[in-house]
Design a protein. Structure first.
Length: 99
């Protein structure tokens, strides 16, 4: 069975590639390989991660909403419908998303 992968995109730019490692309840846990558009979005994910780590749910939700407002999409390798409504967390080489 081939690995399941998605390109994380913002408009026509590739932010990174997610390769599925396992599914944990509602979350898909992935390896994240950044691409050139990642640098512009990385600060949003750092703010989200830091807010969740310190337990500031209000700031964490606001950060997640800011990420969602970027209009990111997940495009499956090999075809299929893009995922446009999802929650995503990225920390280093680890990503997880739910839709």
């Amino acid at each position: 069975m081939a690995e399941k992968r998605w390109q994380l995109r913002k408009e026509d730019r590739i932010v990174g590639t997610l390769t599925l490692k396992e599914v944990d309840m509602f979350w898909s846990d992935c390896h994240f390989e950044p691409a050139s558009a990642w640098d512009g979005l990385r600060p949003l994910f750092v703010v989200s991660r830091d807010a969740w780590v310190r337990g500031d749910q209000e700031a964490a939700r606001a950060a997640d909403e800011a990420i969602h407002a970027e209009g990111l999409i997940l495009v499956p390798d090999g075809g299929g419908d893009p995922i446009t409504d999802f929650l995503i967390r990225i920390d280093g080489e680890t990503a997880r998303f739910r839709h």
